[in-house]
Design a binder for this molecule. Sequence first.
Ligand SMILES: C[S@@+](CC[C@H](N)C(=O)[O-])C[C@H]1O[C@@H](n2cnc3c(N)ncnc32)[C@H](O)[C@@H]1O
Length: 121
Amino acid sequence: MIGCWDAQAASYEQKTASVERRFFADSRRGVCERAAGSTLELAVGTGLNLPFYANDVSLAGVDWSPRMVAAAERSARRLARLIALTRADATVLPFDDERFDTERLTHGAIERVHARKCDRR
Ligand SMILES: C[S@@+](CC[C@H](N)C(=O)[O-])C[C@H]1O[C@@H](n2cnc3c(N)ncnc32)[C@H](O)[C@@H]1O
């Protein structure tokens, strides 16, 4: 599963651009602008939500795909947005309970290793 997301990381935003514009952009704003305090984004992907968080949100993100994390790092640099990114499986988070005030997950599911074979899209 991780390899499937790694393989898609470079082209993910390009491939999803029209769906993103038509269906997702507004909902990202709605979900993210209500985040407050110390916030963890699960399965952060390429960082498409980053523009929608308020500046005073202390942001962390996890994704299990190293290439998605690298893409999110590039997005954060481009936007000058501070985010502490960790490569981790969201089903076994490496954080203490109660560490975050808010958690966010958008447009995806938290998958489990070996849940299904990679279908090459
Ligand atoms: C469809 S993309 C969505 C990315 C982002 N949430 C967004 O809204 O653009 C799904 C992401 O979830 C990540 N992911 C899926 N299962 C995960 C898990 N168990 N732990 C961490 N990341 C996971 C994938 O690596 C991929 O980056």
